[in-house]
Design a protein around this ligand. Sequence first.
Ligand SMILES: [Ca+2]
Length: 97
Amino acid sequence: MAEELTALESGLALLYGTFLTYAASEEGDDPTTISKKELSQMMADQLPHIAGEGMAEKVMEELDQDLDGTMNFTEYCSLITSLSMTLHIVVTEHLSQ
Ligand SMILES: [Ca+2]
């Protein structure tokens, strides 16, 4: 009998699943990395309250460490870390007011 995932385990699975879904969303390109177009679609679908128009281009420029023009899983983790840190800063500032 499989045990139910905890909230954190579910969150990790969701983060990884989201990467895999968008990496493989366009046919004909590498299904293990997120292209600029896939990133743009992911941000529009999944980060509508955070990501503005044209932000995907800026994010790719900042996080594409190996300069191959796509986002691999390590680079995606940098995006998640950056978003998590932003959330932490916002919450910390709110709590200190
Ligand atoms: Ca890259």
